[in-house]
Design a protein around this ligand. Structure first.
Ligand code: PMP
Length: 401
């Protein structure tokens, strides 16, 4: 059967699948159902009534937990509500409106961010919505093209920041090397208030046998004499419940004081009861790692199924490749020039909704129209296997037409 006939036959299956975002599957959410009755009281370890207002920086137990998880002192951690994305947004907005400690508000001059591509669409949406210009920087196997990054930040004072997903990046699965981390921490920037938005969203989300580690950016920045350069973000979104987790920010003491001042205007304190029940569920690094191993058991077969289908249907197709991630939530399917958009449209016609082609690039524009983000987590194993086949057939038809 030709690829076109196979595609038509696939369409007849009448599949209806939304794979546009990397959501945990219901079985993964079930792993944390102990949250439903984790609490036997509402007081913190120090006797504080957690039902009431207060505690902008988070409860001490939750700060201690994230300090352990992120390998930073508890005094340099703030724990907040469910979304690390909100923390990222607010860090940028406070820089725009108030400025970094000792510096003018960014909003007074044009602001530019460096964006390793392909990258996370919501990072780019924040920049676009807040009027920050974006420059693409190619992502290599070990992190962004550092020669280019160093050259750009040294000459252009409007470059105030850079997005980073240091481990199992979305969508390329890149793990930053120690050398890249050291160069990012030490590079000379024309802007004295340059910031690394260090989004450690997939720190514990291993798919392989080996738990890969990335060098500690706060330590590297401090050592290089740039202690205030990095803001580190993390959350329990894909550890416990994506919509009801807890999020954390880690930074230098000066940046934590700055954050606390501005966040205190925005809120009289986060949901501390949710923080308490998360501390009881996640406890410490070994407990969290045991939970992540259960996630891995559910996720790995789905990733393997996609890789197997791609190998079977696309292995011989020139110019097509895909990532084999060691962790995280995505596979990046790379097509020959100009085929990604058409493939996504054909998959849609066959009942598979994918992340829009181009989403992994600033302004939604993939200059060569080559990247398709595959999110295997949410569908069942059977569904994802079929979907991967459908995507492969869509790509073959796109290339033939
Ligand atoms: N950062 C990255 C790189 C992500 O992929 C995601 C979720 N897709 C998030 C942040 C969102 O994190 P949160 O739920 O904590 O807002």
């Amino acid at each position: 059967m030709s690829a076109a006939d196979q595609y038509q036959a696939f369409k007849q299956l009448g599949l209806k699948l939304d794979m546009s975002r990397g959501k945990p599957a219901p079985e993964q959410l079930n792993l944390s159902n102990a949250l439903l009755d984790a609490l036997d009281g509402y007081k913190g370890a120090d006797g504080t009534d957690l039902r009431n207002y207060g505690g902008t920086v988070g409860i001490p137990e939750a700060r201690a937990l994230f300090a352990q998880l992120l390998d930073v002192p508890a005094a340099q951690v703030v724990v907040d509500g469910s979304a690390s994305l909100s923390l990222m947004h607010d860090v940028i907005v406070y820089h725009l409106l108030n400025g970094a400690p000792g510096h003018a508000p960014w909003v007074r001059e044009p602001v530019t961010f460096l964006c390793p591509v392909p990258g996370y669409d919501r990072h780019f949406s924040i920049c676009e919505a807040r009027g920050i210009k974006m420059i693409n920087v190619p992502m290599n196997q070990q992190g962004p093209d550092m020669d280019l990054v160093e050259q750009l930040v040294a000459q252009d004072a409007s470059i105030k920041g850079m997005w980073i997903v240091p481990k199992y990046s979305n969508p390329g699965g890149v793990v930053f090397s120690d050398q890249v981390v050291a160069r990012l921490a030490a590079m000379k920037t024309a802007a004295p208030d340059f910031r690394l938005m260090w989004d450690d969203a997939y720190r514990f989300h291993h798919l392989g046998e080996h738990k890969l580690a990335v060098a500690n950016i706060l330590d590297a920045c401090a050592k290089a004499g740039n202690p205030d350069r990095a803001f580190v973000f993390a959350s329990s979104s894909k550890v416990s419940w994506a919509g009801s987790g807890i999020a954390a920010l880690a930074a230098s003491p000066a940046n934590i004081a700055w954050w606390t001042k501005h966040a205190g205007i925005r809120s009289i304190g986060p949901d501390k009861i949710n923080q308490l029940r998360h501390v009881q569920l996640l406890k410490d690094v070994p407990t969290l790692e045991a939970l992540m191993e259960q996630h891995r058991q559910l996720l790995k077969p789905k990733f393997d199924a996609v890789l197997e289908q791609f190998q079977q249907h696309l292995g011989e197709v020139p110019g097509v490749s895909w990532t084999r991630p060691e962790g995280g939530y995505f596979i990046d399917l790379v097509t020959p020039d100009g085929a990604a958009r058409r493939t996504v449209a054909l998959a849609k016609e066959a009942g598979i909704t994918l992340t829009p082609a181009g989403a992994a690039f600033p302004y939604g524009v993939d200059p060569k129209d080559r990247h398709i983000r595959i999110a295997p987590s949410f569908p069942s194993l059977d569904e994802i296997t079929k979907a991967a086949q459908g995507i492969a057939l869509s790509l073959k038809v796109a290339l033939a037409s």
